[in-house]
Design a protein around this ligand. Structure first.
Ligand SMILES: *Cc1c(COP(=O)(O)O)cnc(C)c1O
Length: 482
């Protein structure tokens, strides 16, 4: 159910009760919603809803196009007062009732609750505002829409400062950022890179693209991230790097990972695609290992539509990544290509969105935190739910607020998900483990990640969710708690 607050739409589909069937059909046609609102002539008071189905049945019964609409049979319309709660509206909808006019004190239609647009609370949704619109408009008006332009540079500068790194290089998406990071470390055929099995597929694919082999490691309960205690046994003479992922916004256990990397002379690439602004012992993630990588896909903490970023403090790596990003072209000679490069550049249009988003990132992160706190508070006493990780040494940014169902709960994760979906609440299972994916199929048994993956569910986490909708998600989950 969604309220329109759309006076124009209401006027468009309102028609006098003294009209003919033909006139009403024209009105229904204009609105495109399959129904019209019948109103009294002078007072404009609501009389009833007439649908295209009602008219079809009337015509079949022998009514003519010039018959008066008031003479045809139609079911009684349900209405509510404009102050009605969304729960009450939901209870009024039934199979044939797809619209509920909400009336003001004078009996006139002030708003419409439409079944077609019933609550669909998504897991994630971009929040774009005036700034983004104005910067993108500037690109269009000035013609700077490709990968040259001031927004790319500005976005890179803002992001480097945000991560407390010397360099930031914007890319076409998070996966190309990861690919460039692996390439910049000269990793390729014959090499191995350690990755957590519980992540989005791109973490492993970026390694595979270079000809190197991703080696999968289990997760730890404490953070849901790569278990540092299991990394050393995965190291071989071929291992070149570790890619910890800060999953769902909670930082990985970096000190232990950095210590192992140092002892074995391995590089660390942080996959921070889901963790913009998260802090590990006070340090922004992405700037802790040799290289950090971010994504700005539409459902990420901030978005540029598609987009990515590589951050580093190493000037050689930064230089290499810029060259690889732009077709491997020499920085001294145009159209001269000493290395095999790629076109992984970000456009000025994307960066314009990015600059607008960066100007609002504190507000976005605060909203994420507020949502997580509300969920945490409300779900803490449900014994079949395990709350998302929050170690004392880190700041989780709760990209997607995700819970784990206890194995002994009376229903499965998918049953909960289906039940919520019926109520219009979208959820998302945690990623399937990468070692089980058809393209990798490594035949390992990695029990913690497998359990998290099987029992984990992300809840609506978009930052514009209203308090009312958040309470609705919580109360709907609590209804399962019986
Ligand atoms: C989203 C994501 C990526 C890939 O980013 P894209 O911009 O979608 O290419 C990589 N790693 C993780 C952990 C992600 O969540």
């Amino acid at each position: 159910m969604q309220l329109n607050h759309n006076k124009q739409l209401i006027n468009l589909i309102s028609v006098s009760i003294t009209s003919t069937i033909r006139q009403v059909m024209q009105t229904i046609d204009k609105g495109g919603l399959g129904f019209a609102l019948l109103i009294e002539n002078e007072t404009e008071k609501f009389v009833g809803v007439v649908t295209d189905g009602d008219i079809r049945r009337a015509l079949l019964q022998g009514y003519g196009l010039e018959s008066n609409i008031s003479t045809i049979p139609r079911p009684e319309s349900k209405t509510g007062h404009i102050t009605i709660s969304s729960e009450q509206i939901t209870s009024l909808f039934s199979e044939p009732v797809r619209v509920i006019p909400l009336l003001d004190d004078a009996g006139k239609v002030a708003d419409l609750a439409l079944f077609d647009k019933r609550v669909r609370l998504p897991v994630a949704e971009p929040s774009l505002g005036e700034k983004e619109l104005s910067y993108v408009t500037e690109c269009v008006l000035t013609g700077w829409v490709s990968s040259a332009g001031k927004f790319v540079t500005r976005f890179e500068e803002m992001f480097a400062e945000f991560c407390n790194t010397k360099y930031a290089i914007a890319t076409s998406n998070g996966t190309t950022a990861l690919h460039l990071a692996v390439l910049a470390l000269d990793i390729g055929v014959g090499d191995e890179v350690i990755v957590p099995t519980l992540s989005f597929i791109a973490t492993a694919n970026a390694v595979t693209y270079t000809g190197a082999k991703p080696v999968f490691v289990d997760s730890e309960w404490e953070t849901w991230n790569i278990d540092p205690n299991l990394i050393e046994q995965a190291i071989t003479p071929k291992t070149k790097a570790i890619i910890p992922v800060h999953l769902y916004g909670h930082p990985a256990n970096m000190d232990l990972i950095l210590d192992i990397a140092k002892r074995h002379n391995l590089a660390v690439i942080e996959d921070a695609a889901e963790a913009h602004g998260a802090k590990y012992k006070g340090h922004p993630v992405g700037g802790i290992g040799e290289i950090g990588v971010f994504s700005f896909y539409g459902n990420k903490i901030i978005t540029t539509g598609e987009g990515g970023m590589v951050v580093t403090n190493d000037s050689e790596i930064a230089k290499k990544i810029r060259i690889l990003r732009g077709h491997g072209m020499s920085s001294e000679r145009r159209y001269w290509h000493p290395v095999l490069g790629y076109n992984y550049r970000m456009t000025n249009l994307q960066a314009a969105l990015g600059v607008g988003q960066m100007e609002r990132i504190d507000e976005i992160l605060a909203a994420k935190k507020r949502i997580a706190q509300s969920y945490n508070k409300a779900l803490a006493d449900i014994d079949w739910i395990e709350l998302p990780p929050q170690s004392f040494w880190s700041e989780n940014v709760f990209w997607l607020y995700s819970i784990i169902l206890q194995e002994n709960s009376q229903f499965t994760r998918d049953e909960l998900s289906e039940y919520l979906s019926e109520q219009g609440i979208e959820t998302r299972p945690l990623f399937p483990c990468i070692h089980n994916q058809p393209i990798y199929n490594s035949n390992q048994f990695l029990p913690v990640a497998e359990l998290l993956s099987q029992q984990g569910l992300s809840l609506p986490s978009y930052i514009t969710i209203t308090d009312k909708h958040l309470s609705f998600v919580i109360s709907t989950i609590k209804k399962m708690d019986k």
